[in-house]
Design a binder for this molecule. Structure first.
Ligand SMILES: *Cc1c(COP(=O)(O)O)cnc(C)c1O
Length: 495
């Protein structure tokens, strides 16, 4: 790995990625005490000519490799991670205990319903809990991410229109929306029609009105929106769309600002997704298995993904598959069940009072940062915000210091950068979401860091424009990393 920045770091371990040597092993398998099978007879042409050239490593080598990689990364368990819109809150470790209970973790996905009543009961209770929190009738736990939830919700909306012999194509999306919104439209063969938000950063009914006609399949809206503001006209807006025969999709990624205080279903939302890895403390990303349930009003129930968990009159739970109007199956088996266990553990640990407090503290923390940062930084919407606040690099442009430089410099101060250059409506945006996890001390440290960076940008801009100085790698070619990612280990070519 060329071009590594090692300044300030004491590297006590080798930097090698390639590990191991032929014949080394991390497992001790007992010797065979049954007759050996004939691989030719059992596997025939599926049999490899040669063993796969995999790295052969000992257990300590394997562990050091992954722990070393983890130390080159940043994590919510290390410090403030104010990545706006992503709700990087602390994941309570009791969730992991629950998900690892052998009765859950060891379930076979093909086990018949009669043998997995406990798991189905958990899914049922999670569904009821989520439905209550957002004021909707039913929930499908099937989608594997927020974006797949959006995709599924729009598919249900399309199926609902088709069932009435209509096929409107337009989906209205405010220009502050997350990129997954138009992508979910495109995947459904629908046309995303952007419309501008008002000067105060929110959707104004008056401005939206000219866009709403009978060709509108749906409005897709995020509340609070991606500049962290509550959509005060949402109820009126929903009625407007409903009056023309359209439905309203609610992007539920920002539920951390509403939980226990306001319910999307009560505003008039017809279907929405949850991002369990945001609001409900299941682990984020890593490309791993996620869960983005969708909640819907009963008129959309016939189109919900299958299987659907139902409780029979005898109290027993069944998985219903036979639903002729369903949009079908989105995931293998029952979705990512381990995430459901974690989210359910969180719901039970918090209770309704705890969830409300989490929301209130998340909003309080964001407003604390807004008030403190607005002393130095440009705050385009400096009114009471919800769970996140947007600032920009406007006042540093004369010094040729940009949002990207500030984000990189924050890493030297030990913070994960905020979301940058999003929302697109604010030039040089930094979207900061502290979540309820942080206490006053850690918020103050962040404000201090931002104050120091502002000072550096004016007096010693090179320190900022050449940051980060303390990370393992410096500035990466992000375009190349996105376009030509290397996602698979390959054996060295000489072997
Ligand atoms: C995170 C997010 C999404 C997408 O959710 P994923 O779970 O990452 O697929 C959609 N909309 C908004 C506003 C988000 O913040």
């Amino acid at each position: 790995m060329a071009g590594e920045a090692t300044a300030g770091l004491t590297l006590t371990t080798p930097l090698l990625f390639e590990q191991g040597s032929q014949g080394r092993s991390g497992a001790s398998i007992p010797s065979l005490d049954v007759p050996e099978c004939d691989p030719e007879a059992s596997f025939g042409e599926l049999l490899r000519d040669e063993p796969a050239p995999l790295p052969e490593v000992s257990e300590p080598e394997l562990f050091r490799h992954y722990v070393r990689l983890s130390r080159q990364n940043f994590a919510i368990d290390l410090g403030l991670y104010p990545l706006g819109s992503c709700t990087m809150k602390y994941n309570p470790k009791v969730n992991e205990w629950a998900a690892r209970l052998p009765g859950f973790a060891g379930l076979h996905p093909m086990a018949p319903s009669s043998m997995i009543q406990g798991a189905l009961r958990l899914m049922w209770r999670l569904e009821r809990g989520l439905a209550e929190i957002c004021g909707m009738d039913r929930v499908s736990l099937h989608p594997a991410a927020g974006a797949q939830g959006e995709f599924a919700g729009l598919m249900m909306i399309r199926a609902w229109h088709q069932d009435q012999g209509r096929s409107p194509k337009k989906v209205l999306i405010p220009d502050t929306a997350h990129g997954t919104n138009p992508a979910s439209c495109a995947l459904n063969g629908l046309e995303a029609v952007p419309f501008p938000v008002g000067g105060d950063g929110t959707v104004r009914a008056e401005q939206l009105a000219p866009f709403v006609d009978d060709q509108v399949a749906a409005l897709m809206i995020t509340n609070p929106n991606t500049v962290g503001l509550f959509e005060t006209e949402l109820a009126t807006i929903c009625t407007m769309v409903h009056d023309k025969g359209g439905l309203v999709y609610g992007d539920g990624a920002n539920l951390n600002a509403l939980m226990g205080r306001a319910r999307p279903g009560d505003f008039g939302i017809d279907v929405m997704q949850f991002n369990l890895h945001k609001t409900f403390t299941t682990p984020h990303g890593g490309g791993g298995p996620g869960c983005g349930p969708i909640a819907y009003k009963s008129r959309l129930e016939p189109y919900a993904p299958t299987p659907v968990v139902q409780q029979g009159e005898d109290g027993a739970f069944v998985l219903e598959e036979n639903r002729p109007k369903s949009i079908g199956r989105l995931r293998s088996f029952h979705g990512n069940f381990g995430m459901m266990v974690r989210a359910y553990a969180y719901l039970r640990e918090m209770g309704s009072d705890g969830l409300r407090q989490a929301t209130e503290r998340a909003v309080l923390n964001a407003n604390y940062l807004r008030a403190a940062l607005s002393e130095t930084w440009d705050t385009p919407y400096n009114t009471v915000c919800m769970h996140e606040v947007v600032i920009s690099d406007k006042h540093l442009r004369p010094h040729h210091v940009t949002t990207m430089d500030i984000a990189k410099r924050l890493m030297d101060y030990g913070f994960h950068p905020p979301t940058v250059y999003f929302p697109l409506v604010v030039k040089g945006a930094m979207l900061i979401e502290p979540t309820e996890t942080e206490n006053k001390q850690s918020l103050d440290l962040f404000v201090d860091a931002m104050r120091s960076i502002d000072e550096e940008a004016r007096t010693d801009p090179e320190t900022v424009t050449h940051a980060p100085h303390l990370t393992r790698l410096r500035r990466l070619d992000e375009t190349r990393a996105a376009r030509n990612p290397v996602l698979r280990w390959k054996p060295p070519s000489d072997s």
